[in-house]
Design a protein around this ligand. Structure first.
Ligand SMILES: [Zn+2]
Length: 120
């Protein structure tokens, strides 16, 4: 898996201004209320995670479709998957959680596969 990373230039020219303006906007919107600032940061964090990973409902629906299309078998070891706790493995992380870019696997198979990819 090749996960895209920002270059030093992109980090400097794209990310740092984005982060600085986001932080300033949070402060401005909170208007010195630490409770509002905390809640805004927390909500923004959650929504950013959903942008990258999809909502829990979307991912659960995808898991159900993959469970059916894989006939209940792990895409790595081909053994039966448990009714809950199976994990979605993305082919390319930046392509997201789509039917074409994911496979359903055991947690243990997922961890071992990622370890193999990272150290292989
Ligand atoms: Zn497995």
């Amino acid at each position: 898996m090749n996960t895209p990373r920002l270059t030093d230039t992109q980090r400097l020219e794209l990310f740092e201004p984005l982060f600085a303006s986001t932080r300033a906007e949070l402060e401005r919107l909170a208007d010195r209320d630490p409770r509002v600032l905390w809640a805004l940061r927390r909500k923004l964090t959650k929504e950013l995670i959903y942008l990258e990973r999809g909502s829990p409902q979307t991912r659960n629906a995808l898991k159900r479709r993959k469970m059916r299309s894989q006939n209940g078998l792990c895409a790595i070891c081909r053994q039966t998957l448990p009714p809950s706790g199976a994990e979605l493995d993305r082919g390319d992380a930046f392509l997201g959680y789509t039917d074409d870019n994911t496979r359903l696997v055991h947690h243990g198979c997922h961890v071992a596969d990622q370890r193999r990819k990272n150290y292989g």
